[in-house]
Design a protein around this ligand. Structure first.
Ligand SMILES: Cc1cc2nc3c(=O)[nH]c(=O)nc-3n(C[C@H](O)[C@H](O)[C@H](O)COP(=O)(O)OP(=O)(O)OC[C@H]3O[C@@H](n4cnc5c(N)ncnc54)[C@H](O)[C@@H]3O)c2cc1C
Length: 377
């Protein structure tokens, strides 16, 4: 039975980036991933380039497009275009490539990765973790990281994150060609999808299309509407395979660590409940997970509570506003579109949110300040 400093359950974005960050600090790490290989990941790959700072690796090989414009539409018209040519651009990365880059670099740094194995049992044994897989192999570690994504079995088992997680329903597909979407633009299409929206993010030679509903457990089964959305992106004749995925979204401030255990990324319910942005919180949580485990293993911290505090402070405060905005916007989308997207200053603010320069909290505070100033006049 082999012992490690850290065992990580799940080798997606959060698991692989936590592994890489820990291995760069000199720790022995094992990643257990249930899939043998994943040819297609549903993630559309939109990420703020400023997130590169949370990775100890240049990820330029995974970038497929650099985005200059974001287009918003209401039922295929009423366009608003936000210019994204600011200091911190928005990238479209191919998720399969990014995750592989991170795993390859982790292996070069000594991380052991086991694919095609499911974790069946986890228990504490003499202050260590004992992880048993479905082939009955056992692994021992000092710390445990739960990174098994939106369908996480282990986050709930260890009371990490909300007791009752909330989910967005999504459908994703990838079509050959870019339809009418320019290579350097992304499009958000509102009005067709009840309680949500559709998006089109360009890769080099194909388009990532996604549909999502974010409140009231809205469904996406209406084939005619889905085809209408795909047509609105400029495809006349198409056949496609879709992946349906429930995406665990942020649902309040909760502990995401226990004793010598923590959750990262989707398993920790960190995904943005308004725009489904999950790459950013995955990278932020992986970075601080590795920092806090390092502090504990080197005796500078007694427990991992600082991890929960840091993530709640740096990400949760903004998501609390994101959730409020989602609740109102998706209930009254036409009004939301007119007031939130078509306002004169909206394109700039949207660009700042997507590039990571501003949080929902910053935006909300500005609006409140403006209301208070106006009410005094
Ligand atoms: C349709 C769609 C589009 C999206 N588009 C964007 C976007 O454009 N931008 C953005 O920022 N975010 C986007 N997201 C969100 C983003 O994809 C997720 O937040 C991100 O993938 C989270 O990474 P993760 O590593 O936490 O989870 P995952 O990537 O889901 O990885 C979890 C891993 O754990 C493995 N696993 C699960 N259970 C076990 C187990 N018991 N044992 C071992 N391994 C296990 C899984 O096989 C998987 O590899 C999108 C999501 C969806 C569904």
């Amino acid at each position: 039975m082999k012992g490690f400093d850290v065992v990580i359950i799940g080798g997606g974005l959060s698991g692989s980036s936590t592994a890489l960050n820990l291995s760069k600090k000199g720790y022995s790490v094992l990643v257990i991933e249930k899939e043998k290989n994943q040819a297609y990941k549903p993630c559309a790959g939109g990420m703020a380039s400023s997130m590169q700072k949370f990775l100890p690796l240049d990820i330029k090989d995974s970038i497929e497009s650099k985005i200059k414009n974001v287009e918003f539409r209401w039922k295929a018209s009423d366009n608003v275009i936000a210019d994204l040519t600011g200091e911190s651009p928005f990238w479209i990365i191919k998720r399969e490539k990014l995750d592989q880059l991170l795993l390859d670099e982790s292996i070069r740094n000594g991380v052991q990765i086991i694919s095609g194995l499911l974790v069946e049992k986890i228990r504490k044994k003499n202050d260590n973790w004992e992880v048993t897989c479905n082939n009955k192999n056992k692994y021992i570690s000092k710390f445990l990281v739960i990174a098994d994504g939106s369908q996480s079995k282990w986050a709930g088992y260890f009371n990490l994150g909300p007791r009752k997680p909330k989910f967005a329903n999504t459908i994703s597909l990838r079509l050959k060609g870019l339809g009418e979407i320019p290579r350097d633009a992304v499009r958000f299409e509102f009005g067709f999808i009840k309680y949500g929206f559709a998006w089109a993010f360009p890769l080099k030679e194909s388009l990532n299309i996604g549909l999502g509903t974010f409140i009231n457990n809205g469904h996406l089964e209406n084939q005619a509407i889905n085809n209408q959305v795909i047509r609105s992106f400029g495809f006349d004749d198409f056949s496609y395979k879709t992946i349906n995925k429930k995406l665990r979204i942020w649902n309040g401030m909760h502990p995401i660590n226990g004793e010598k255990i923590l959750a990262v990324g989707d398993a920790a319910s960190l995904c943005d409940p308004f725009l489904a942005e999950g790459i950013r919180p995955s990278l932020i949580s992986s970075f601080y997970a590795a920092e806090c485990i390092d502090h504990c293993l080197s005796g500078r911290l007694d427990d991992l509570n600082l991890y929960t505090k840091k993530i709640n402070n740096d990400w949760g405060k903004s998501m609390a506003w994101g959730r409020r905005i989602a609740q109102v916007f998706y209930r009254f989308p036409r009004t939301g579109y007119q007031l939130g997207v078509k306002r004169k200053t909206a394109p700039k603010r949207i660009a700042q949110i997507l590039s990571g320069e501003m949080s929902y909290e910053d935006i909300a505070k500005r609006v409140i300040r403006r209301l208070l100033t106006n009410s005094r006049i």
